[in-house]
Design a protein around this ligand. Structure first.
Ligand SMILES: Nc1ncnc2c1ncn2[C@@H]1O[C@H](COP(=O)(O)OP(=O)(O)OP(=O)(O)O)[C@@H](O)[C@H]1O
Ligand SMILES: [Mg+2]
Length: 623
């Protein structure tokens, strides 16, 4: 016997992010233009921002230049008046520069915020149009990181990288022109140093950013593990796994500390090296400048040298900042690419343009030769045929995994069959708008979902315009108003996260009322009463038999009492209908169904057993 590895459990297993996504992506003009298109609705703001970017590009080099000009001019001429005017002019320019800076930042943040707001909204709307198959294939974490970290990377791209990059690029350009104008020889020194500084900067920043990423990743593993441990605390305590989980957590925390130390070490090495590279540039310029100032033919004026130093300061500061921005830009590109890839992902199917409403749906449902699998090559349903006339109740029974819920998923158009078709009122469901279909259909699922909010809010999901009185009336008709009103704050009680504040049975009752207040033509109950107690179920059954009248109903029932009154019972086995007929007919047939019934009758459960049949001894011929 082999012992499974200790970390094979999902719970607090150390996950070293099985599927990492690339962090960087080269600059891509197509992506940049596409992002830029999102600023179109805010073109006025964008134009003002562009103006402020141009102003900022000129202002700083101009300030540096004017400092040199004052020293070189008025100060070296000993003119107090000239110096005073020079200083006033410098102060005015400095003030104007900072005011422009204020507006540049403000407008940059605003436009970034709007762009991100629009992208997030578009992504969310797009996600809601995706069929269930997409959510089956795509991990929740992936979807969340599209909406969070990737969108944030795009925000950084717009707010910090693009416009700041333009300002820095502009400053580097203007200071280059001014330096060239002052002295072309000295500028040559700058040109030699520039690529070295750029490369060092780029390499160091990249290393630092890799170290930061390792820290962030190890931290997110800690938070994910913590969340999982808390969610699964019952299992942890129930199986006395506290010490195993604590050991795993300890390993994660140790990892995180190690990555933090690595980052501190990297910062300790690279940040001083970065400063050193700037100082090396200054030293190089001083040597070259000193030589040029002292040479006998055409010596450079000391004032010009000072101007040059200030301007080269602006140039190299811009260059260093561009180096850091470049890294961020590559990350933003990767984020934008993933966001747009998701936005461009077409749902495998959507309503055809010819799809129409069926305003007066009667509720006749016909399945013709349905074959279906969730994945290519997998067969979950095989040649399913059924007809439900308006008002009929069809019961589906079969052992676990036989495909009962899958049939419902197809009828509700959550998935499309691989073969065969479904007709509602003799119209293919491909030609009926999904919205219309779901307006006429209510489903109470095996795993019901309640949104955070009150009981009342959750019931209103089925019919948002319903008044409080209508909600109460619906609960009264289902004979469960007293149960819901007995909650601490009655119908205004909060259901908690995912309905955790209610018992499973109470949640099912809320879902019942929610489904019935929608007044559907087609009602689907997938083990809808599995969690309510026997007494409540009897009460609901009575009320339901009234409410089901006139509606087409599909029932997958845990307990055979509902099945007994069905117009037709389908017995499923491994995706194949192995028996069909009414309860009485099937009992007479002495096949799977009667077998099941007899077994439970013998156990004294008389018609209240689970409908999940034991696997049949011999496989019957499909009908
Ligand atoms: N989302 C899915 N992706 C892949 N396979 C799935 C998915 N959902 C169900 N299956 C597979 O399809 C088969 C039928 O599942 P289905 O949920 O229809 O069974 P069921 O009869 O409703 O079972 P139960 O009584 O336990 O609810 C199962 O073998 C299951 O493993
Ligand atoms: Mg099921």
């Amino acid at each position: 016997m082999t012992t499974p590895p200790r970390d094979s459990l999902t719970l607090t297993r150390i996950r070293h992010d099985e599927d990492k996504e690339p962090r960087y992506r080269p600059l891509d003009m197509g992506l940049i233009l596409r992002l830029f298109a999102y600023t179109r609705p805010y073109s006025r703001l964008r134009n003002w921002l562009t103006l402020s970017v141009i102003l900022r590009s000129i202002q700083l080099p101009l300030l540096a230049w004017s400092m040199g000009a004052i020293i070189n001019g008025a100060i070296s001429r000993n003119s107090i008046r000239g110096t005073l005017w020079g200083c006033i002019g410098f102060a005015a320019l400095a003030l104007f520069t900072q005011i422009t800076f204020f507006f540049r930042i403000r407008m940059g943040q605003l436009i970034g915020e709007w762009v991100i707001h629009d992208i997030r909204l578009q992504l969310f709307k797009h996600l809601l149009t995706m069929p269930l198959g997409f959510f089956n294939r795509t991990k929740l974490g992936r979807i969340i990181s599209r909406m969070t970290s990737d969108v944030e990377a795009v925000r950084a791209g717009v707010q910090d990288v693009f416009f700041v990059g333009c300002v820095q690029g502009g400053q580097a350009l203007v200071s280059t022109l001014l330096m060239l104008w002052i002295d072309a020889h000295l500028f040559l020194v700058v040109m030699i140093m520039a690529p070295v500084v750029w490369s060092l900067n780029h390499i160091f920043r990249k290393r630092l950013s890799e170290a930061t990423r390792a820290v962030q990743e190890s931290f997110s593993r800690i938070t994910a593990t913590l969340a999982e441990s808390v969610t699964g605390i019952r299992v942890t305590q129930g199986f006395a796994r506290q010490s195993v989980n604590a050991d795993l957590f300890h390993t994660l925390v140790m990892d995180h500390s190690r990555y933090n130390l690595d980052m501190a070490r990297a910062s300790g090495v690279y940040l001083p090296l970065l400063e050193l590279s700037s100082q090396a540039v200054t030293a190089g310029l001083m040597v070259a400048g000193g030589y040029l100032a002292f040479r006998t033919s055409e010596p450079v004026a000391v004032g010009a040298l000072i101007q040059f130093f200030f301007l080269s300061g602006v140039f190299f500061a811009a260059l260093q900042s561009l180096g850091a921005l470049y890294n961020q830009a590559l990350m933003s590109m990767a984020g934008a690419e993933r966001v747009f890839r998701l936005l461009d992902q077409e749902p495998e199917w959507k309503d055809s343009p010819a799809a129409r409403d069926l305003p007066d749906m009667r509720g006749r449902v016909e399945c013709r030769g349905l074959t279906f699998g969730y994945k290519p090559g997998q067969v979950v349903l095989n040649n399913i045929n059924l007809i439900a006339e308006p008002g009929q109740t069809i019961a589906i029974v079969g052992h676990t995994g036989s495909g009962k819920t899958s049939i419902i998923n197809l009828i509700a158009k959550f998935y499309l069959p691989v073969q065969g078709e479904i007709l509602i009122d003799d119209v293919s469901i491909l030609d009926i708008k999904g919205d219309c279909l779901h307006r006429h259909m209510a489903i109470i699922q095996q795993q019901n979902f309640l949104f955070t909010g009150t009981v009342m809010d959750n019931i209103r999901v089925g019919h948002p315009a319903a008044t409080d009185e209508e909600v109460k009336e619906a609960a009264r008709r289902l004979d469960c108003l007293d149960i819901l009103e007995a909650l601490p704050q009655g119908l205004q009680s909060s259901v908690g996260e995912h309905g955790s504040g209610l018992s499973l049975g109470q949640r099912q009752l809320v879902c019942f009322v929610r489904a019935l207040i929608a007044d559907p033509r087609i009602l689907i109950l997938d083990e809808a009463t599995s969690s309510v107690d026997t007494m409540t179920e009897v009460r609901i059954q009575k009320a339901l038999s009234q409410l089901l009248k006139g509606r087409t109903c599909f029932v997958i029932a845990h307990r055979l009492s509902t099945v007994r009154h069905a117009s037709q019972v389908l017995v499923l086995d491994q995706g194949i209908v192995v028996e069909r007929g009414t309860h009485a007919e099937l009992l007479m047939k002495r096949g799977h169904y009667s077998n099941l019934y007899r077994q439970f009758a013998r156990l004294g459960l008389g018609g209240r057993p689970s409908s999940k049949l034991p696997p049949p001894a011999a496989k019957s011929r499909p009908d």
